[in-house]
Design a protein around this ligand. Structure first.
Ligand code: A3P
Length: 272
């Protein structure tokens, strides 16, 4: 029988756990994992390993800031700590709670075409349900109820970027929320990462040699410290083909919300 050692590794000398300097607040399926992993290439970034759900889950928030800080990675004084929890963006209470912790925190928000995001959201739930042996439905059955678009479907609600954004703007000035274009990040990650470096006042350290396109995965993967790695197989899954009429219904419903969002953030995106 093997020996089971109960070893507590002591942290590297000179490191400590700090509250985050920056938070990736969402959006779910926007490319939040890709953004965090790519940002983590930077030697002055310490990224939290897991999604913390401190500001959006009441039972976690009730545990207090010390509990939260414990979940942060050890970092050196020259590093900034970053955590990502995609659920923050659509949480009613997260903006106020984050401001209560640090009103000058820098927020990162990665967004992609909201229609595509709905389908990506559906695909994630579909695979989760399959894994848990739960029944699954065709996407059209969730998108449409009695012939009309089912606007109460959660995946659609999460794509109403204007509604969520206006809640954030009640607590933070626009300049404190940097929006990463998730569609661009997929096609060409470096320029988006360079903008994030500037926003976070980090010296430019992420380079084109940190990325290579993996034909098999169909996405960019990361090369850093002599190691090559792609994101988990759950990232970048093929999406189902959606009935054309239903897709049009969804697009036209989201259009007005998208335009409201462009006005709010004083920037436009080429969302369909
Ligand atoms: P799909 O799986 O629907 O394609 P999140 O991490 O917020 O859940 O976002 C997941 C999405 O990140 C994926 O959605 C994928 O499109 C996108 N993504 C962006 N860059 C990626 C990369 N380099 N590798 C894999 N997925 C990436």
């Amino acid at each position: 029988p093997g020996l089971t050692a109960n070893v507590t590794l002591s942290p590297p000398l000179g490191t400590s756990k700090c509250a985050p300097h920056s938070i990736i607040i969402g959006v779910r399926k926007g490319g939040t994992r890709a953004l965090l992993e790519m940002l983590d290439i930077h030697p002055e970034v310490a990224a939290a390993a897991t999604e913390v759900h401190f500001f959006d889950w009441d039972e976690n928030y009730a545990k207090g800031f010390d509990w939260y800080r414990e979940l942060m990675p050890y970092s050196y004084p020259h590093q900034i700590t970053v955590e990502k929890t995609p659920g923050y963006f659509t949480s009613a209470l997260a903006p106020e709670r984050i401001r209560a912790m640090n009103s000058s925190i820098k927020l990162l928000l990665i967004l992609r075409d909201p229609t595509e995001r709905v389908i990506s959201d559906y695909t994630q739930v579909y695979f989760n349900r399959l894994e848990n042996h739960k029944p699954v439905q065709a996407i059209e059955n969730l998108l449409v109820r009695s012939g009309a678009l089912n606007t109460r479907y959660k995946a659609i609600q999460r794509s109403l970027y204007d509604l969520h954004m206006s809640n954030w703007l009640r607590y933070f000035p626009l300049e404190q929320i940097h929006i990463v274009d998730g569609d661009t990040l997929i096609r060409d990650p470096l320029p988006e990462l360079q903008k994030v470096e500037r926003f976070l006042n980090l010296p430019p350290r992420i380079m084109s040699s940190n990325f290579y396109f993996n034909q098999t995965k169909g996405f960019y993967c990361i090369r850093s410290e002599g190691r090559e790695r792609c994101l988990h197989e759950s990232k970048g899954r093929p999406h189902p083909a959606v009935n054309g009429t239903v897709l049009q219904q969804l697009r036209s419903y989201l259009r007005e919300h998208n335009h409201n969002f462009y006005r709010l953030v004083k920037r436009s995106f080429d969302w369909q």
